[in-house]
Design a protein around this ligand. Structure first.
Ligand code: PLP
Length: 308
């Protein structure tokens, strides 16, 4: 299991690449929610999402151990983060993407210095291809969440929150495969277990919610939630036990609630955030957290959206 020590060493490893993102406060959001609301702003992170934290921890470790080639399977934030850090470290990378990947995402991978290769339509096709490519070329495959170094890297957000803000009552975190929340849970529960950590999933992508209820990893059919970073079909083998051990609750939000929260944060706070991060603001705005007068930090996980 990942420990606070792993998170501390991740912090040292990634310090020269990643920025300590600000925690924004909002009077308007606080008024609506009946709580003091804060946003941990990873949409202002390098590459536009927190994924650079875990990716940097993992890729630096791989390169230190002699890897000369990096692969990943994701056209989204993870793929962009891996391309960015690999090229920063001077190592070639190939990101395996679906046949229908959008040009904007492919351009982002290229502009960060990575190459892409199209392969199939599902992650079941992409994953083995990315792993095989790595093996053939003396490389390392970087998984999106189910890896101790990735989890520890994402956990650095939890450590930062506790340092940046006093008297936090609750931290609210989106859940895809669970790398982000399991890292944050480890940092927070090993430092101050009185801080509540609540996970959020879209109603139509509730795999971790169901897994928790069933007490075992449970998968759901493919989902089309607008929160495209949360479209995983099941939690990870490493991330799920951490969620099971530490999480205080998981709440669900509707698609319209996600859209409304995203628009609110843009219009009132002038912050462009992506739907996968807006789930946490939605949970607060639509009273899924069921608390009043608390100091609540919503983790805003990324801001990569197509505006045109
Ligand atoms: C990947 C991602 C998530 C989900 O993170 P997991 O570690 O898979 O749970 C949430 N928001 C954004 C913006 C992401 O890119």
């Amino acid at each position: 299991m990942v420990t606070m020590k792993d998170i501390q060493s991740a912090r040292e490893q990634i310090a020269d690449v990643v920025c300590q993102t600000p925690i924004l406060s909002s009077f308007q959001l606080s008024k609506i929610c009946g709580n003091q609301m804060f946003l941990k702003s990873e949409h202002l992170q390098k590459t536009g999402s927190f994924k650079i934290r875990g990716a940097t921890n993992k890729v630096k470790n791989a390169v230190r151990n002699g890897a000369t080639f990096i692969t990943a399977a994701s056209s989204g934030n993870h793929g962009q983060a891996v391309a960015y850090i690999a090229s920063k470290l001077g190592v070639p990378s190939v990101i395996v993407v679906p046949e229908d990947a959008k040009d904007t995402k492919l351009n982002a991978i290229q502009s960060y210095g990575g190459k892409f290769e199209k392969c199939g339509w599902t992650s079941a096709e992409r994953l083995p291809h990315a792993k095989a490519l790595a093996e053939e070329n003396d490389g390392v495959f970087v998984p999106p969440y189910d890896d101790p170094l990735i989890i520890a890297g994402q956990g650095t957000i939890g450590a930062e929150i506790l340092e940046q803000l006093d008297n936090v009552d609750m931290v609210v975190v989106p859940i895809g495969g669970g790398g982000l929340i399991s890292g944050i849970l480890t940092a927070i529960k090993e430092t101050n277990p009185r801080v509540l950590v609540i996970g959020v999933e879209p109603e139509i992508a509730n795999d971790t919610y169901l897994s928790l209820k069933n007490d075992k990893i449970t998968s759901i059919p493919a989902t089309s939630t607008i929160a495209d970073g949360l479209r995983t079909s099941q939690p990870g083998d490493l991330t799920f036990p951490i969620v099971q051990k530490y999480v205080d609750d998981i709440v669900l939000v509707k698609e319209e609630e996600i859209e409304e929260a995203q628009a609110f944060v843009l219009e009132r706070m002038k912050q462009l955030i992506e739907p996968s991060s807006a789930v946490t603001a939605a949970a607060a705005m639509f009273d899924k957290l069921k608390v009043r007068d608390k100091r609540i930090v919503c983790v805003i996980s990324g801001g990569n959206v197509n505006v045109r």
